[in-house]
Ligand binder design. Structure first.
Ligand SMILES: NC(=O)c1ccc[n+]([C@@H]2O[C@H](COP(=O)([O-])OP(=O)(O)OC[C@H]3O[C@@H](n4cnc5c(N)ncnc54)[C@H](OP(=O)(O)O)[C@@H]3O)[C@@H](O)[C@H]2O)c1
Length: 291
């Protein structure tokens, strides 16, 4: 029971990686990979690996000999993917598919972090049976990776995550930069017409561990319990932390020109995971936990 099993987490230096590193848990010894941003934490062993070089993947598994693998590493910014299609396809599709195939070969349980952005946003809430129809390249890459992974590794688990919030020790967090803006007297422009079932990163990380420990396969949604607009989230966040709410300014998706199209409402129906025992905190409760 005491860290007897080795969990390999790719992309430990990202936002969700930080959430895993800081999760109080006794069961897994974490080995995490990073590429450009080294991380150090007493809960984990970290190693630098460029996962886009597919020849690095088999040696990584052979050296680490993990009991399970959570594949987080990705080009996760939709605008970056749109502007760098080949580079992003390599890590978002080819790396993910190759890792899934190797895990199948070595019988290592494999969990792939996917996204609510596989959906078009015009027919929420989406359950696991809904047809993916992404409006941007990032979402399409994740949907292609999901399909290929499931076709070659029938035991693989796909965790579709919503936008996550939190104050991680490392990695990018929209909430962290919004809070910095408000603290420093700068406005935060937040869409009133974009809805997601947001969860805290640590709740989503716990959800992924649950899926792994329950040895489930196929597609699982790890959304939160409420669908909320970015604007309402920003207002709630300002209220909770006593920051100036007047600086939260309503805007619309159409006001901001971005390389990647954004769906309006990709809220997830996560009832299947709730039934399994996934119990993310409601947004106000999660925000208060950082006070
Ligand atoms: N955050 C969210 O709200 C959200 C929502 C839905 C789904 N997801 C999915 O969840 C996963 C984790 O998200 P995140 O927010 O933690 O992402 P993130 O903060 O952007 O971190 C990405 C991670 O991938 C690593 N990486 C990227 N390219 C790599 C390469 N070629 N070789 C090795 N490592 C590479 C990065 O390493 P370095 O930084 O060291 O270079 C970093 O650790 C992603 O698959 C993402 O698509 C995230």
């Amino acid at each position: 029971m005491y860290r007897t099993r080795k969990l390999l987490i790719t992309g430990i230096s990202g936002f969700i990686g930080s959430c895993f590193a800081h999760l109080p848990q006794e069961h897994w010894q974490i080995i995490g990979t990073y590429q450009q941003n080294p991380v150090q934490h007493p809960n984990l062993i970290s190693k630098r690996v460029d996962l886009s070089q597919l020849e690095n993947l088999d040696p990584l598994l052979n050296a680490s000999k993990p009991d399970a693998l959570i594949h987080l590493a990705a080009a996760s910014n939709p605008n970056f993917c749109e502007k760098n299609p080949e580079l992003s396809e390599r890590v978002n599709i080819q790396t993910a598919v190759e890792l899934a195939a190797l895990c199948d070969k070595y019988s290592i349980p494999f969990l792939f972090a996917s996204t609510d952005l596989v959906f078009a946003g015009d027919n929420a809430p989406y359950d696991e049976q809904a047809e993916p129809r992404a409006v941007n390249l990032y979402g399409r890459q994740k949907a292609i990776a999901e399909e290929k992974i499931l076709s070659l590794n029938s035991r693989a688990c796909i965790a579709r995550c919503p936008v996550m919030f939190g104050l991680p020790k490392w990695g990018n967090s929209f909430m962290k930069s919004w809070m910095t803006n408000l603290k420093e007297g700068r406005p935060v422009f937040a869409f009133t017409d974009e809805f997601r079932t947001k969860v805290s990163g640590s709740d989503a990380a716990q959800g992924m561990l649950l899926l792994l420990e329950q040895q489930v396969k196929g597609i699982w949604h790890l959304g939160g319990k409420e669908s909320i607009s970015r604007f309402d989230f920003a207002v709630k966040m300002a209220e909770t932390f006593g920051l100036p709410g007047a600086l939260v300014q309503a805007s619309k998706q159409a006001d901001v020109k971005m390389a990647a199209a954004r769906p309006a409402n990709v809220s997830l129906n996560s009832e299947k995971a709730f039934q399994l025992g996934y119990q993310p905190k409601r947004i106000s409760e999660a925000l208060r936990s950082w006070l």
